[in-house]
Design a protein around this ligand. Sequence first.
Ligand SMILES: Cc1ncc(COP(=O)(O)O)c(C=O)c1O
Length: 352
Amino acid sequence: MANKIAVEKAKSSKIEDVDFDNLSFGSVYSDHMLVCDYKDGEWKSPKVVPYQPITLDPSAKIFHYGQSIFEGMKAYKDENGKVWLFRPLENFKRLNKSAQRLAIPEIPESYFMDGLNTLIQLESDWIPQNPGSSLYIRPFVFASGNGFHASPADEYKFIIACAPSGAYFSGKVKVLIEETYSRAANGGVGYAKAGGNYAGQFYPTQLAAEKGYQQVIWTDDNTHEFIEEAGAMNVFVRINDTLMTAPTSDRILDGITRKSILDIAKDEGIETEVRKISVHELVEAAENGSLKEMFGAGTAAVVSPISGFGYHGKDYDLPDLEESYASLLKQRITDIQYNRAEDKFGWRHQVI
Ligand SMILES: Cc1ncc(COP(=O)(O)O)c(C=O)c1O
């Protein structure tokens, strides 16, 4: 049986102040959040409370040792007002995988799932219905316990906050294949959604932006010869008619969009390969015209097409296809997410 989650309602709603026709991504927050505290060796009962600032001691370990993990997911409202999540258990499992790696106590499944359902039911008016819009959901956990000693904290906070967000139209992006910096290393935390992974990406991404590239393609830390991720997304490449992506490892985030796209592509009869993809192979394919598409895949943008890449001081352009895998796969996955198509994989989770 589902846990009953205590709810303290906000005295008034901010919803009237929100321009739902002009939402950017993740910058307006709904009225409530889920909060759950870890103290005295256990996660206490989660509760939904009004969205509010958090007070922390300057010695809280999050500030010093970066024990911080998060997830990103979305709630979708269909034409009939029904509310859906997409593979939420996958986010729950990945949060705990991240927790384990960062020595953060794992969250009980019922706290995550029942807390999420209660919160999203309460915030359902905050789910925009404009095409491509959704309620972005940010579960996160951080060390709230105090102490300058470099060791895991004895107190943590698990919070789920929500941000109504418009479609994430970034347009096509030009990317730089990274030859110097790495986002992850063997034995490191690349497979976890640890806050520090993203902090480490900002500087190389700024350098790439100064050269006119919007995103970085991360390569393996050892040789920089194999492509691994596209910014904060998994990366797909189409050579001739084969769709490929790098295998997950301890350097690559096991993206939920990535694995869903692989299943959908197979279902569409598209040949797929999960294997190491070398930069050499990409350059050669770009030069002989067999490189048809590249795109990033992740919850926020779903699919983010790439217009070309820079490598070793040279730019390589990709063709502008009328019928791309990127647009076909984006359509198929969003049709499932928004309950516009049959859910043959059993990925949708109904909230209301
Ligand atoms: C580094 C990284 N890779 C890939 C992804 C895509 O994962 P998902 O499809 O589960 O959102 C994300 C975003 O969550 C990410 O941060």
